[in-house]
Design a protein around this ligand. Structure first.
Ligand code: B12
Length: 220
């Protein structure tokens, strides 16, 4: 793999935000996620390549370590900080789509869940593809989704969940939306989800990444 992308993945995994960051001590004085993302863009890697080949693998590594007890919450938080430092530079590329006014998509992370990095990427890609995105944030319950849908007739909903304990909340939220607004499409995403789960809860589609989601929305 290209050394810039390899180092960038390591910076996300280890939580090295930028050159001046004192953490982790063994990487002091070295470039962090901030500088390496700029270097990757200068080296003509696309924003999507940087996301898929460096940032996501770095996040997955620290997630796996957390899962096996080799890393702790502060490690996840500092990794998220490094990821966000990188995303600042990628945002303009995802945002750069012309305003095509395709329609409204309401996004949010479901009740009980505070993971918003994936949801924020979905938002950026949708915006870049010309959608007006209403972001309800994290820990969003059915009532909040319903209020937003009411205010935006003809909108689509995109829900995110990263925990097996919170993805189940998607079922009641989907039912509540479908009961009141049967014509509203409800789409779901997030690492632990699958098409089977989507079918089971009565949602209209599961997408593993924002690009397959936007491609599908364009055809609607
Ligand atoms: C960073 C992180 C955190 C950070 C979150 C910071 C933030 N602002 O988001 C913090 C430290 C807060 C955190 C907390 C916790 N976490 Co955490 N976290 C992670 C970690 C390492 C990365 C998640 C991430 O951002 N990935 C990168 C993004 C870009 O990927 P993504 O979210 O999957 O999104 C992509 C796709 O899924 C898709 N997508 C996402 N949403 C949607 C929506 C739609 C509509 C569409 C179309 C697509 C789509 O598009 C995105 C881009 O491609 C994961 C491990 C992992 N590998 O995922 C654990 C992980 C999710 N966390 C886990 C756990 C257990 C927790 C805690 C319960 C820990 C604790 N004991 O307190 C808490 C829960 C807090 C809460 N109530 O939500 C577990 C979940 C296990 C499980 N089976 O449920 C994981 C898997 C770690 C592990 N291996 O055990 N976490």
């Amino acid at each position: 793999m290209d050394p810039i992308l390899k180092n960038l993945a390591l910076c996300v995994e280890r939580g090295k935000v930028d050159r001046n960051a004192p953490y982790p001590p063994d990487m002091q004085g070295k470039d962090g996620a901030d500088e390496l993302t700029k270097q990757a863009l200068d080296a003509n890697f696309s924003a999507n390549e940087i996301l898929q080949k460096a940032l996501m693998p770095g996040m997955n590594k620290i997630g796996d370590k957390f899962g096996s007890g080799e890393a702790y919450i502060p490690d996840l938080l500092i990794a998220a900080k490094a990821m966000n430092a990188a995303m600042v530079h990628l945002q303009p590329f995802f945002d750069s789509g012309e305003a095509k006014h395709r329609g409204v998509v309401i996004v949010g992370t479901v009740s009980g869940d505070l993971h918003d990095i994936g949801k924020n990427i979905v938002k950026m890609v949708l915006k870049g593809d010309g959608w007006n995105v209403i972001d309800l944030g994290v820990n969003v319950d059915a009532a909040k989704y319903l209020t937003a849908v009411e205010g935006h007739p003809g909108c689509h909903v995109g829900m995110s969940a990263l925990l097996t304990t919170t993805m189940v909340n998607m079922e009641s939220i989907t039912s509540a939306i479908k009961e009141k607004y049967p014509a509203t499409n409800v789409f779901v995403g997030g690492a632990p989800l699958s098409q089977d789960f989507c079918d089971k809860i009565g949602a209209d589609g599961y997408f593993a990444n924002p690009h397959s989601f936007t491609k599908y929305l364009q055809k609607l």
